[in-house]
Design a protein around this ligand. Structure first.
Ligand code: FEO
Length: 396
């Protein structure tokens, strides 16, 4: 499949309907993804990015139907990660001498992955590549989200090729932002930001200011995953600016795991307490062993506070809670509050351990947490309700 975006740009990527995990097993892709590759034709022709290696032969085959490969003059590698560079080795077998325009860091990554000495041409912010009547202008975007990442901008057509930024893992044959289900699109965009870009929020804010400061008109944003933004393309840039500014909604998320439902009963009683004190706040509960971890992270991203609970086991915490806390630590959320809870039978280290992990993850821990012995009785559940109520009142 390929299609024309306008008279000079064609989409030549791959829709991966079946993908359910990305980055190994790290990121769930409930709605598949796309690897977007673009062919820009002018007097000279540029190919922007490729696709993941399982689709390399299909990609080359379809690209060959679109253009004689030797007629490609320039290859642009906006990002070296294998989901975009995976077909390069196959392509370079066919056109081995063609130049690959990329950042200096991308050369390190591409050589690191493919061990080839291709004809690399280093570009940096402000460099321009003349295609004939139009130019590609390069903007390096280090750590958005890899050191090698960059954008490029096509003059005259006013198209920003932003690679991962502003993308989503969302397979749709409709391919344009105005044609797809808006709620689905929003969910995949915020999930992508929360799970991938949160650690780089300061850089996101700075890069947006820099790109906006260039004063370039943007009629379309062609990302490397998901839909093409053609209807009000700056809406996603504005969303990113909002998300990069320590985003939070009026939401408290409760994450727990439980061996015999004691900690689950605590979680539900705490939620009841929160609701009794604040009717406005959204309270969401997730069993970390049974819910998708990336969906939970998205809810953490939206929250002003989180509560994390685990039974104590083997003088520690349950593995699903440990796993999600490690994800949360790595993402470096800012300006969020937190507390721990959990049931225990004898030693009861779990709550302190969670409290320490939350502090290490950059959360402002608001109290010492709540522990209840064995299966909570009526009085213990009342304690949980009060714990939730006090917390909600403190956060109002
Ligand atoms: Fe879509 Fe960072 O690769």
């Amino acid at each position: 499949m390929s299609f024309k975006i306008n008279d000079s740009i064609s989409w030549v990527g791959k829709i991966d309907w079946e993908l359910r995990k990305f980055h190994g097993e790290e990121y769930s892709t409930h709605k598949g993804t796309t690897y977007n590759s673009y062919l820009v034709r002018d007097k000279h022709t540029a190919l922007i990015d490729t696709v993941w290696s399982p689709f390399r032969e299909e990609f080359i085959d379809q690209l060959s139907q679109e253009i004689t490969l030797s007629d490609i003059d320039f290859i642009i590698a906006n990002h070296a990660e294998p989901d975009h560079s995976g077909a390069l080795p196959e392509l370079m077998k066919a056109i081995p001498d063609k130049p690959i325009y990329c950042t200096a860091n991308a050369i390190k990554s591409l050589k690191g992955y493919y061990h080839q000495d291709w004809n690399f041409q280093v570009v940096k912010t402000g460099d321009r590549l003349n295609l004939g009547s139009k130019e590609l202008v390069f903007v390096s975007a280090p750590m958005l989200h890899w050191p090698d990442s960059m954008f490029c901008y096509l003059t005259e057509d006013n198209v920003l090729f932003s690679n991962d930024a502003f993308g989503q893992h969302y397979a749709s044959e409709l391919m344009y932002n105005d044609l797809v289900d808006q709620a689905e699109l929003y969910q995949e965009c915020i999930k992508y930001y929360a799970n991938i870009l949160t650690p780089f929020s300061k850089l996101v804010a700075k890069k947006i200011q820099e790109v906006v400061g260039l004063g370039l008109p943007v009629d379309m944003i062609c990302t490397s995953h998901g839909v093409i933004w053609r209807d009000d393309p700056l809406q996603i840039v504005n969303k990113y600016a909002e998300w990069a500014d320590d985003y939070q909604e009026n939401q408290i998320t409760i994450i727990y795991d439980s061996m015999w439902n004691s900690t689950r009963n605590m979680a539900e009683a705490i939620a009841e307490g929160i609701r009794s004190a604040d009717e406005e706040v959204a309270v969401k509960l997730f069993n970390s062993a049974r819910r998708d971890k990336n969906d939970i992270i998205t809810e953490v991203f939206k929250s002003k506070a989180i509560l994390v609970g685990s039974s104590t086991i083997n003088r520690g915490i349950l593995s699903s809670v440990a796993g999600i806390l490690e994800e949360i630590r790595g993402l470096g959320f800012k300006k969020k509050r937190a507390a721990a809870f959990g049931s225990y039978g004898w030693s009861g280290e779990g709550v302190k351990m969670i409290t320490d992990l939350l502090k290490e993850g950059g959360f402002e821990v608001v109290n010492d947490g709540l522990r209840e012995l064995w299966n909570p009785d009526r009085q213990s559940l009342e304690n949980c309700v009060s714990f939730g109520r006090d917390l909600a009142e403190a956060l109002r």
